[in-house]
Ligand binder design. Structure first.
Ligand code: SF4
Length: 258
């Protein structure tokens, strides 16, 4: 009844696992969720920090990131984009302050002058256990032993360990590690999540066990997705998180239609 997508990304896998109905509304019915303040903060911060790592190491200072933020703000017409948000969480000044604080916090978790990234926004396509995957890796470096260390900026809250296991928190990066292994025969040794708001770094070593868990999640999700596409049934996963789901508010979710 539905044709499965040609590629899955770690985020689309997470979307299907969170709620198959949400996946359907987004990917098949193509109902666009309006962008949010938090997404825009994340996109803007990622953009500025990507440019920061393109300048010479000795120029990577807080003053330089302030200049880059001003340039990227204009280039991306961010003022108009933020003003057009349906549910802004503050003024333009509040947006800039939140984003700049995240950028400045980078210096609390690493010294940008000491780091040379080997890849940023790196596109990777791979077949993982029969599942075609596509993704963009925020940043990676080759370590002295030739293994890869993958890292990713996060501008949201640190997930509570009460509700999120380490393998769930790192699923996206474990999936990238599998993809690099399949696509380029690269071995990944370390994964880092750089939570810029806190600021704090969460880091794990890559092991055969956590890679196998991530591979299992990918395969199992693909099987469930194919089954849903075949039957046309996309389960509504009703949880407390529905209160934050756009499709509840918009009236598109069948579970909340009157
Ligand atoms: S409101 Fe809940 S059940 Fe409906 S699509 Fe959103 S997450 Fe799924």
């Amino acid at each position: 009844m539905f044709t499965p997508p040609n590629y899955l990304s770690p985020s689309s896998i997470r979307l299907f696992r969170d709620c198959p109905q949400k996946f359907k509304l987004s990917k098949f019915d193509k109902i666009q969720e309006p962008p949010t303040w938090q997404q825009y903060v994340g996109t803007f911060v990622h953009d500025v920090l990507e440019h920061l790592y393109q300048v010479e190491a000795e120029e990577r200072t807080v003053d330089r990131v302030r200049e880059l933020a001003a340039t990227r703000w204009e280039a991306g017409d961010w003022e108009a984009q933020v003003l057009a948000l349906a549910e802004p969480l503050g003024s333009i000044k509040d947006f800039k302050l939140t984003a700049f604080q995240c950028m400045k916090n980078l210096w609390s978790i690493e010294n940008p002058q000491d780091i040379e990234l080997d890849g940023m926004e790196h596109k990777v396509e791979a077949n993982v256990e029969g599942v075609q995957m596509l993704g963009f890796i925020d940043r990676f470096i080759f370590e002295d032993d030739g293994a890869v260390a993958i890292s990713d900026y996060k501008t949201g809250k640190v997930p509570s360990s009460k509700f999120t296991t380490q393998n769930e928190e790192f699923f996206q990066l474990l999936a990238y590690a599998l993809m690099l292994q399949e696509a380029d025969q690269e071995t990944t040794s370390r994964l880092q999540l750089l939570y810029l708001k806190e600021p704090i770094v969460h880091e794990i070593s890559v092991t055969p066990v956590n890679l196998a868990v991530a591979k299992g999640v990918i395969v199992e999700t693909k099987e469930s997705l194919d089954a849903s596409c075949g039957t046309g049934e996309f389960h509504c996963n009703i949880t407390k998180l529905c209160d934050w789901c756009y499709f509840k508010k918009s009236g598109d979710c069948p579970a909340f239609q009157k």
